[in-house]
Design a protein around this ligand. Sequence first.
Ligand SMILES: NC(=O)c1ccc[n+]([C@@H]2O[C@H](COP(=O)([O-])OP(=O)(O)OC[C@H]3O[C@@H](n4cnc5c(N)ncnc54)[C@H](OP(=O)(O)O)[C@@H]3O)[C@@H](O)[C@H]2O)c1
Length: 249
Amino acid sequence: MQTSKNTILITGGATGIGFGLAEQFLKMDNTVIICSRRETRLKEAQQKLPGLNIRVCDVTRIADRMSLVNWITEAFPNLNILINNAGIQKNFDLTGLIDIAAVEEECDTNFIAPVHLTNLLTGHLRNQPQSAIVNITSGLAFTPLAFMPVYCATKAALHSFSLSLRHQLSGTSVKVFEIAPPIVDTELDGGARDERGQRDRGISPEEFATLAIAALKENVYEAAIGFAANLRLKREAMFGQLNPEHRGS
Ligand SMILES: NC(=O)c1ccc[n+]([C@@H]2O[C@H](COP(=O)([O-])OP(=O)(O)OC[C@H]3O[C@@H](n4cnc5c(N)ncnc54)[C@H](OP(=O)(O)O)[C@@H]3O)[C@@H](O)[C@H]2O)c1
């Protein structure tokens, strides 16, 4: 994929991985639009990177997704790359009753929104000479961490969807990429890693963005970065290592 002179929408681009990608893509002479729920974080991002275009959007809301697509295709008719990055991560204890509204929110953010945004934008992207859809999944798409069961399932679903999408769009100008990050030091876990005493903070968003963009440039359609490559390769064989207290059944 060409990595300059694109017009790129990154969902959830005000922080973490999305911001890391936005920063590097801007430096590489791309037009970048980011969207997320918190206007303050969008404005902070824009102050750090004055070339950035911002839009408030809650991707769990159908109406927000539709108005985002209407706005962006009107304001940025050369839009040729969609990066489905926005995501949330929750822990659920399946031995008791769980908050099903929280499950729905996680599914809507991590899976339904990418599916809908992809579908809404595919017609537009097909009319661009070169275009791409990039889905940010996770190493946990291949081997789940048991205490965040829904998160891992949404990422496995997005991985599966990416395979089908790539197949269906293979005769078009739209390339379909999946990037599976390892642990990246972001706000995703809401402090849960600290509570668990997890020492591994992972790689920085900047380092991740460099590796991900290198993979996109080389047309690696399914790029598992760092430790995520191990999870992708060995899958269920890694389950015990990721979930040491698991005794099997
Ligand atoms: N960090 C890791 O270790 C890791 C590993 C594997 C995969 N990933 C994936 O990488 C992606 C980015 O996560 P991150 O680690 O960079 O975490 P992050 O810093 O928390 O970024 C997530 C972004 O998504 C936005 N977002 C959340 N819900 C949204 C909604 N309903 N509508 C619009 N935007 C929303 C958030 O902004 P608002 O809250 O303001 O909306 C935030 O900017 C996620 O898909 C995550 O699953 C991360």
